[in-house]
Design a protein around this ligand. Structure first.
Ligand SMILES: N[C@@H](CCC(=O)N[C@@H](CS)C(=O)NCC(=O)O)C(=O)O
Length: 227
């Protein structure tokens, strides 16, 4: 079994954290030809990372990969047996994808290009505030996304919050970091930071992301300067 991807992707980081919490070895390889390439589309038609290769059979989509890992190694359970807790952790993963993930790129690219479009920033701030409110309402009793231990939703949301801490919160004061203060997302983040495996994964993702962003910002700055 091997994972195609690169850790700077929050979707890859989701699977890596999930596998690590299970104590599973999951070797990672770059997507042949790069993500989106014709060569890689022969393996994964979407061209996206991550993809899991299981003896030549491919599973795409980060959450489906996590479901597969849960099926082949049920312990420790990262999808709670309790139906409501499982719904809660799944909601956090789904809402991360639907209501948080889409709003990062427009702001990150603007930061890289150096030009500010206030209407885009205000729209982003509005969407993030809504997304954070959804997450806060639908998290379980905690302190993690569902309950007393990390589960799927934590693996999905943590890399995105880590990404926003690098790309958005320090650069756009209009978007308020919900992990600061004493709200539900703040106590959730504190729980992750206090958990050794979660903390290790958050830190490793941050290092990979920092390297990627350095390259991205340089590339965008050159492009906007017409080089
Ligand atoms: N829904 C997918 C999203 C994966 C995704 O968008 N990955 C990005 C990297 S962060 C990608 O591969 N983009 C390349 C492309 O779209 O061609 C999942 O959960 O795995």
């Amino acid at each position: 079994m091997k994972l195609y991807g690169a850790l700077a992707s929050p979707y890859v980081a989701r699977v890596v954290m999930f596998a690590d919490l299970k104590g599973m070895e999951l070797p990672m390889e770059s997507a042949p030809g790069g993500m989106g390439s014709d060569e890689y589309r022969q393996i994964n038609a979407t061209g996206k990372i991550p993809a899991l290769d299981v003896d030549g059979q491919i599973i795409a989509e980060s959450t489906v990969i996590c479901d597969y890992l849960e099926s082949i190694q049920p312990e420790p359970a990262l999808l709670p047996a309790d139906p409501m807790a499982q719904a809660q952790t799944r909601m956090i993963a789904r809402m991360t994808d639907l209501y948080i993930a889409p709003h990062n790129t427009p702001l990150t690219r603007m930061r890289g290009a150096g030009a500010r479009d206030q209407a885009v920033i205000d729209k982003g701030a509005e969407e993030f505030a809504k997304g954070f409110a959804y997450l806060e309402q639908f998290m379980g009793p905690g302190p993690f996304a569902a309950g007393a231990t990390p589960t799927l939703g934590d693996c999905a949301l943590a890399p995105f919050i880590g990404m926003l801490k690098r790309t958005v919160f320090p650069n756009f004061e209009e978007v308020v970091d919900p992990t600061v203060g004493d709200g539900r997302l703040a106590t959730w983040w504190q729980a992750l930071e206090a958990h050794p495996v979660c903390k290790k994964n958050i830190d490793a993702y941050d290092v990979a992301l920092e390297t990627f962003l350095k390259w991205l910002y340089e590339m965008l700055a050159k492009r906007s300067a017409g080089k």
